[in-house]
Design a protein around this ligand. Structure first.
Ligand code: ADP
Length: 291
């Protein structure tokens, strides 16, 4: 269990990137969902002990993380947002190299770990190829393979699905869910479906603050009977946006289809729909913006 209490960080330019954040994160895949600039990377880097908060506490299975950084790092697997690779080096060679850095100095043990991870991430066949020839999805899977060296108990992956096609994204998320069965895996993302599909728990953040945390399903239940849908004409959109709490607009066969939040039943062509996590997310973001 990872426990974060009243964490704060203000950068020298005055941005309050982590604003009194408290989170409890059990084993399993935990989705940290928020728009660009919400503070996800700042929070991830702080948990990964790459930067200091101004105040607050982080505890991992009883370990005071901010006091015992080295100890946390031994338990940590981290895939940063801007994970770079050496294009000419093969996946196998680079993974061996990272394994040595992780302290796997014994050759047979290292070989076994590297082979196991290449197989687990489905890169075994491509292990001799230079990383420069890999697709985006393969590169991210390689990123996870290096993060998993040394059997970490805490795995942090920062926006790993950005830029992946749907197939690669699915494969990648399934891999994360598998890993999450035994350890804490924190996945930061701005893509709602990443969380809906696989995360048993999540938090939504914006402007450094936690908006809600818990089980996605419970948050969705909270909107039951209060989300309404209607297809409208393009010219009507501004009018609807001023009269209703419009959560989202989607073009269906060229016409806007809006999802609206309303406590009271809506008639006039609206139909009630099953809420989903996207409705929760947009309602939370609206509330955070004070609209
Ligand atoms: P996210 O990962 O959700 O996109 P970030 O943690 O990268 O969010 O950024 C949160 C806010 O902090 C943004 O306003 C960003 O511009 C600002 N920020 C991030 N890193 C720094 C930094 N090193 N110095 C100053 N401001 C920063």
């Amino acid at each position: 269990m990872l426990s974060i209490q009243q964490l704060n960080k203000t950068y020298s330019n005055g941005v309050h990137a982590i604003n009194n954040v408290s989170l409890d994160i059990p084993n399993g895949l935990f989705g940290l969902l928020g728009p660009n600039g919400a503070g996800k990377s700042s929070l991830m880097r702080t948990i990964a002990t790459l930067q200091e908060p101004d105040s607050g506490r982080i505890e991992f299975n009883g370990l005071d993380v901010l006091r015992h950084k080295e100890e946390l790092r031994r338990k940590l697997g981290y895939l940063p947002q801007d994970f770079g690779v050496y294009p000419k080096v093969s996946a196998e060679d680079l993974l061996h190299h990272f394994a040595v850095l992780k302290g796997l100095t014994q050759r047979s043990e290292r070989k076994e770990a590297v082979e196991g991870l290449l197989r687990q991430t489905n890169l075994w066949e491509a292990r001799k190829r230079g990383l420069g020839t890999y697709s985006g999805g393969m590169r991210q899977r390689f990123g996870i393979a290096q993060a998993l060296l040394g059997s970490p108990k805490l795995v942090i992956v920062d926006e790993p699905t950005a830029g992946l096609d749907p197939d690669e994204r699915n494969r990648f998320l399934n891999l994360l869910a598998e890993i999450g069965e035994q350890v804490v895996v924190i996945l930061s993302t701005h893509i709602v479906e990443d969380v809906t599909d696989l995360c048993p728990r999540m938090a939504m953040i914006s402007k450094g603050r936690v908006l809600i945390q818990g089980e996605p399903q419970a948050a969705i239940e909270g909107l039951r009977n209060r989300v309404w849908r209607k297809r409208i004409a393009k010219a009507e959109l501004t009018d609807y946006q001023s009269r209703y709490t419009v959560l989202s607009t989607r073009l269906v066969a060229g016409h806007p289809q809006i999802n609206v939040f309303s406590e009271l039943p809506l008639t006039d062509g609206f139909v009630q729909v099953e809420p989903d996590l996207e409705d929760v997310y947009f309602l939370q973001l609206r509330a955070a913006r004070g609209v």
